[in-house]
Write a protein that binds this ligand. Structure first.
Ligand SMILES: [Zn+2]
Ligand SMILES: [Zn+2]
Length: 178
């Protein structure tokens, strides 16, 4: 990437991180998530016009019952290594996560579908490295490039999925703190 492109990418990510922190609807770590989807079909306009016409997605801010009001909807995930930990008597052997929210990346894709905007070949700015579930949607939706600022979902199976499907992933230093 040349310097002009890098400046634009970093500035966009910093804006997204700041905006996403203000809107986060869940109580759970990392307390920030957000996605900005830039359709390839806006390339005929300037880069900044592309940003303005793209889609911002966080959790479900339109729904009143956010986790902050009614609490999280927790599910337990059992991974093979967790079972060994549980048999060994270790506490916290099972992963938990909140399923009340729609992840930012999926929501951005949903909004594009709702509004009839083609996103094949699009670029996704995501505050966090997308999780395994979101990554599958990203591949199927035809998104080709991801910029991310946080690495909490840094799983090998996710990196492999994206790599094998030709989705380019680039970390952007945007001063993100959890
Ligand atoms: Zn929650
Ligand atoms: Zn996700």
């Amino acid at each position: 990437m040349n310097d002009i492109v890098v400046d634009w990418v970093v500035d966009t990510m910093k804006w997204l991180v700041k905006t996403a922190k203000d809107d986060y609807a869940c109580n759970r770590h990392p307390k920030v998530a957000g996605a900005l989807l830039i359709p390839v079909h806006n390339d005929s306009k300037s880069i900044f016009a592309g940003v303005h016409s793209a889609f911002y997605g966080n959790t479900i801010p339109a729904i009143e019952d956010t986790c902050k009001k009614v609490g999280c909807d927790i599910e337990y995930t059992v991974l093979p290594e967790d079972i060994l930990d549980a048999r060994a008597g270790l506490v916290n052997a099972f992963h938990t996560h909140c399923v009340r929210t729609v992840h930012a990346e999926q929501r951005a894709i949903d909004i594009a579908a709702r509004d009839g905007v083609p996103i094949d070949g699009a670029t996704l700015f995501s505050v966090l490295r997308p999780c395994y579930q979101c990554s599958k949607h990203i591949v199927v939706a035809g998104i080709r490039k991801i910029y991310f600022a946080g690495t909490v979902y840094n799983e090998e199976r996710t990196r492999k999925l994206l790599r094998e499907n030709g989705v380019e992933c680039t970390f952007i230093e945007a001063g993100l703190e959890y």
